[in-house]
Each structure stands twice: as C-alpha cells, then as structure tokens.
Design a protein around this ligand. Structure first.
Ligand code: C5J
Length: 222
C-alpha cells in the first residue's frame, strides 16, 4: 500500500488496483481553432498543464499503473450527440461543423486527437466518450471492473466540466478518486479552485486532491 499526503487527509491506495484517467487532453480543447476556442476561451491556459500531465503519464508507466486516455468526440453522423448539446451556445462553428482543426468534436478529425506530447502508447486504453462524464455511454465501468480497479487518479480538462463529471460518476460507483491539482485546468481560474474545494469539502465528499509531486513521493517511498 502507498499513501499520498493529500487533501483533506491522506489517500491510501494500492497501485495494482489503481488506474489513472486522463481526461480529454485533445487538440479541440488545447489548441486555437478547436471547440474551446469556438467557445471564446483562452486555450493557452489549458496547454500550460501539458508538462504536468506528461509527468503523471511517466509516473504511471514507471510504476505499472493502468492508464485510460479519454477523448470527447462524436460519431461522424452525430447520432450520439443530443440536439440540445449541439444547439447550446448557438456556436458557429459548433459541434460537427468544419473548423481549422476539422469537424469540431468529431471522431477521426485532427481536433479530436490527443495532443502529440501526451500521445497514448501502443496498448494503452483510449476511450471515446460522447458525454462530459467518462462513464456515460462507454465501456469504462466494465473495463475497470475486469481489472479489479478500485482507485482512480484523475487529471485533464476541464476541471469543472468533464473532470468533475467523471469524478462524481466514479464516486457514486464506489471508486476512491484523487484529483491531481496541477494536472488539471479550467478556462476559468475561479472554477478550477471552486472544484478543488468542492471535491475535498465535507471529508472528501467527492474525493481527494494532491499535486503530481505528492503522488511521486508516495510512489517512490519505500
Ligand atoms: C468541455 C471538457 N468543457 N472536456 N469538455 O466541454 O471538459
């Protein structure tokens, strides 16, 4: 067993029953011309966490912790995209429309790919998801159960949308989740801080938070 010096109190975990879930580190959210930019956001805020997420990937690969990379992307015919999602915000270009990175949030388009610095290695699980939470409409629960995973290390973007949705879905399914503070980001600084506070409030009602360095110290401790 290992223990991270986390907030609101130490997070015990067994690396053999732990997976890291890296949420939506895609060009559509991190690069100009994608979905995040279409929403009017400064995408450079998100690109700034690429090194920390890279360190997390390296740690997991070194310590044989299972990895899940998620991508928010719809089928090309948009049959898995609710009309309400497509209509929200009256965006132009919006989901399914062609932009500088190809059709926005559509599987197979350049924008839907994970940024090259964080590219999954052959054999790692890459999960396409149609929703904000990674459990909705996916095989994630079955994949984790088959590997007897009980603990999740969660990172990626955006903190208050897909990351928080996934953590809440996981928490309700009985997983103990640790959110990596410096390996997650929002377009809005205050939303990130509020999410970290919500997760660890009331005795860790959704989970724990810690930095990638704190996780490293736990993994390297004898
Ligand atoms: C959003 C996400 N923000 N990955 N998606 O629409 O958080």
């Amino acid at each position: 067993m290992k223990s991270v010096d986390a907030r609101p109190y130490p997070y015990p975990f067994d690396p053999r029953h732990t997976a890291a879930v890296v949420i939506d580190m895609q060009r559509d959210f991190l690069e100009p011309g994608g979905f995040g930019a279409a929403l009017g956001n400064d995408v450079s805020r998100l690109a700034a966490i690429v090194p920390a997420v890279g360190q997390l990937l390296h740690l997991c690969r070194t310590h044989q912790i299972a990895l899940v990379h998620t991508r928010e992307a719809h089928l090309p015919d948009l049959s898995d995209c609710p009309k309400s999602k497509r209509a929200r915000g009256h965006l132009s270009p919006g989901i399914g429309d062609r932009g500088p990175l190809g059709r926005i949030l559509v599987d197979g388009e350049p924008g839907s790919e994970i940024v090259p610095e964080l590219a999954p290695l052959p054999g790692e699980y890459v999960l396409r998801k149609p929703g904000k939470g990674a459990f909705y409409g996916t095989e994630l629960m079955a994949w984790l159960a088959a590997r007897q995973i009980t603990h999740l290390l969660v990172a990626g973007v955006t903190t208050e949308v897909c990351v928080q949705s996934t953590m809440r879905e996981a928490n309700d399914r009985g997983f103990d989740c640790l959110l990596l503070e410096d390996a997650t980001q929002s377009y809005f600084a205050e939303f990130k801080e509020a999410t970290l506070a919500m997760v660890r409030a009331q005795g860790g009602i959704v989970g724990w938070t810690a930095t990638v360095s704190e996780l490293r110290r736990a993994l390297e401790a004898a």
